[in-house]
Design a binder for this molecule. Structure first.
Ligand code: 9Z3
Length: 317
């Protein structure tokens, strides 16, 4: 059962979500139940940053750096490993498969043919879309398999409501559900009761804002919302000196299974997988990087193995 405090706080203190949470809840529940009944494991991936409004008729908001790259790439490797994936991501952040062409200007790639005796035809310039044949094949076969459920959020409130709904959808799956919490979620927000309605006026002089701490979702998630699931959180720091200590502290506080620790500048090449008993360093060398190896491939290989051990009850923690 949901811990009343956090779930209630989300419903009361945050502005109503701007996405259809009840529809998403139904979709996630049906998706999880269907795949579970076919013997498949289901992972919830959270991805991208959250937008925190500073006014209720929002002109300005607090945001962060996250591009959603980690989540989008990880989704591909989980699909490759046979998982069904709920991809809870920030609207317009990176998306599995199409992420490779995120910087593509399609109007430069598409060629227009205007035959005098037929209808116009549009063709893509294949040389400008590296790897497109393989990617398109993978994408189409993934779509056909029905193993990817994309769900979008924009604001912090959307995210919190959807995470709660996702936890309720996955809880019945017990240990075969995995939570892979890679989104960069704001730690601060302005409660609905204190947020100004209209645009903050610069004529009032320098701005001072007091923000409240966002409730830690990991705590009720692990204790109440999905207590049997395999839960992975991410720890991001900019100072290497404190990274592992902070990851260990998170594990000790929330008592979940894994923290993936990373540093902002090196996050594409180096992470440490921290459990209560081990620290596993994963890295991508320059040569590997040049030949297209992605660190998420190594992360997902490591985590799916740990998930198997967790399900079989052989893990030590
Ligand atoms: C991460 O640490 C992710 O790896 C990144 C990925 C956000 C760095 P990109 O989206 O970056 O590929 O550009 N996510 C979690 C970040 C976070 O805010 N964690 C909280 C913390 O460190 C704990 S839940 O305190």
């Amino acid at each position: 059962m949901a811990e009343p405090n956090t779930a209630e706080q989300i419903r009361q203190d945050f502005a109503p979500p701007q996405v259809p949470v009840e529809d998403a809840a139904r979709e996630m529940e049906a998706f999880a139940r269907g795949h579970h009944s076919e013997g498949r494991r289901v992972v919830l991936i959270t991805s991208g940053g959250t937008k925190v409004p500073l006014e209720s008729r929002t002109v300005r908001f607090l945001d962060n750096f996250s591009s959603g790259h980690r989540g989008a790439v990880s989704a591909e490797y989980f699909l490759q490993a046979g998982y069904a994936v709920i991809f809870l991501h920030r609207h317009r952040s990176m998306f599995p498969y199409s992420r490779r062409y995120a910087a593509t200007n399609w109007l430069d790639v598409l060629q227009l043919h205007l035959p005098t005796d037929g209808s116009p035809r549009v063709e893509a310039e294949q040389s400008q879309l590296p790897g497109i044949v393989q990617i398109l094949q993978d994408y189409k076969s993934m779509k056909q398999s029905g193993r990817l459920l994309p769900i979008e959020f924009s604001t912090l409130s959307d995210y919190l409501h959807l995470l709660l709904a996702a936890a309720q959808a996955l809880s019945p799956l017990g240990s075969s559900a995995m939570f892979y919490l890679a989104a960069a979620v704001s730690d601060f927000y302005i409660p609905a009761s204190e947020i100004p309605e209209h645009k903050i006026q610069s004529s009032s002089g320098p701005l001072q804002i007091t923000m409240k701490m966002v409730p830690k979702m990991l705590s009720p998630l692990v204790k109440d919302w999905a207590p049997k699931a395999f839960v992975i959180s991410f720890k991001l720091e900019t100072d290497t000196e404190i990274l592992i200590e902070k990851a260990r502290k998170a594990l000790a506080t929330y008592r979940h299974q894994v923290v993936v620790a990373n540093i902002l500048d090196t996050r594409r090449a180096y992470v440490v997988v921290v459990t209560s008993t081990e620290e596993t360093k994963l890295s991508v060398s320059q040569e590997e990087d040049h030949s297209g190896v992605e660190i998420e491939e190594k992360i997902i290989k490591d985590l799916t193995l740990r998930h198997t051990q967790f399900i079989e009850g052989t893990e030590v923690n």
